[in-house]
Write a protein that binds this ligand. Structure first.
Ligand SMILES: CCCCCCCC/C=C\CCCCCCCC(=O)SCCNC(=O)CCNC(=O)[C@H](O)C(C)(C)COP(=O)(O)OP(=O)(O)OC[C@H]1O[C@@H](n2cnc3c(N)ncnc32)[C@H](O)[C@@H]1OP(=O)(O)O
Ligand SMILES: CCCCCCCCCCCCCCCC(=O)OC[C@@H](O)COP(=O)(O)O
Length: 267
């Protein structure tokens, strides 16, 4: 019986490189599948540690999660080139906004995540098995994108509590993943919260993944991701009437940075 398994394992190991060469689809499926498996297994192993060390749902668990997720890049040959981390050093809370290209963003998020920073995520993620549990423990704020009114209420609550909790809140203003090398129009929620809480907006831009990652083309190889944390944009004195202009300004700055980091000529 054991010999059978041994032979089977050896055959797979020998065949794997051939399979991966033969079919990009197999290579893509294996790498993404392994990424999901890493999420699943590491979440299951890390949740008890978070409970033991910090006792429950708290942003302090993000430190543990970050330590684990930061190792994932080595499995995929991904490297991050980070600039501007000093821009996170603002007094007190802030709203951080970044572009969102893929599930791979979780590695980029954890690569630069400042202390005491939680994320806004779609509520469906709460049901993603062990990953749902670990992001709940990490303090992730869940919103229902299908109900603007309830999402607004959650965000209004965030604006009220982020000062007392002294947390930064990381929002993906595009509201969904977008791996086209450009930005989707920005939703305004993050900027309403920043103005309501009178805290700065800190834009973060990740260079385009399209050179090494494209699900439509079964492309997922190793690669370098440039990350730039831009100077904070103050909101003191702004009101809800200024939100559209603030959103626009942030969008333009981040889009220009995205093109620069990705070596794409600006428009
Ligand atoms: C140990 C190993 C572990 C391994 C695994 C660990 C993994 C890593 C660990 C942990 C990290 C986990 C991280 C998860 C990350 C997940 C990310 C996602 O899920 S991204 C999708 C969800 N995020 C969003 O959608 C945000 C952006 N959306 C918004 O902010 C929207 O604004 C929202 C949802 C609040 C409303 O969206 P609308 O679609 O209705 O569109 P709009 O244009 O923004 O708003 C419509 C009108 O309402 C006003 N409005 C919007 N928000 C408002 C507000 N808060 N207050 C007042 N008015 C508001 C606007 O001004 C607009 O009105 P006028 O066009 O100006 O007339
Ligand atoms: C082999 C067992 C594998 C079991 C799988 C475990 C569950 C894996 C779920 C991983 C989800 C972890 C968080 C990913 C964050 C993310 O990137 O979510 C996408 C949202 O931002 C936007 O969603 P969308 O609007 O659909 O683009």
């Amino acid at each position: 019986m054991e010999l059978g398994w041994l032979l089977w394992g050896a055959a797979v190991l020998l065949l794997l490189p051939v399979l991966m060469e033969l079919s990009p689809a197999v290579n893509f499926a294996l790498r993404i599948g392994f990424y999901y498996l890493l999420f699943f297994v590491c979440s299951a192993l890390t949740a008890p540690v978070c409970l033991l060390v910090n006792g429950g749902r708290t942003v302090k668990n993000m430190r543990i999660i970050k330590t684990v997720v930061k190792t994932f890049k080595y499995f995929f040959g991904l490297r991050f080139e980070v600039k501007g981390l000093e821009n996170f050093e603002v007094e007190g809370p802030a709203i951080i906004v970044s572009n969102h290209q893929s599930i791979l963003d979780m590695m980029g998020l954890m690569e630069v995540l400042p202390d005491n920073c939680v994320q806004v995520g779609k509520k469906e993620l709460m049901y993603a098995g062990t990953v749902g549990l670990i992001i709940y423990l990490g303090g992730v704020i869940f919103i229902n994108r299908k109900s603007t009114s309830s999402a607004k209420m959650v965000m209004a609550e965030v604006a009220k509590t982020m000062a007392t909790d002294n947390v930064k809140v990381w929002v993906y203003p595009e509201g969904t993943r977008n791996c086209t090398g450009d930005l989707l129009p920005f939703k305004k929620g993050a900027f309403h919260v920043a103005v309501q809480a009178q805290v700065p907006v800190i834009p973060v831009v990740y260079s385009s993944f399209t050179t090494f990652y494209n699900p439509k083309k079964n492309l997922f190889t190793s690669g370098k991701i440039k990350v730039e944390v831009l100077p904070p944009i103050e909101t003191k004195g702004l009101t809800s009437d200024d939100v559209s202009e603030l959103t626009d300004r942030c969008y333009r700055t981040m889009r220009a940075t995205l093109f620069r980091l990705s070596g794409r000529p600006g428009e």
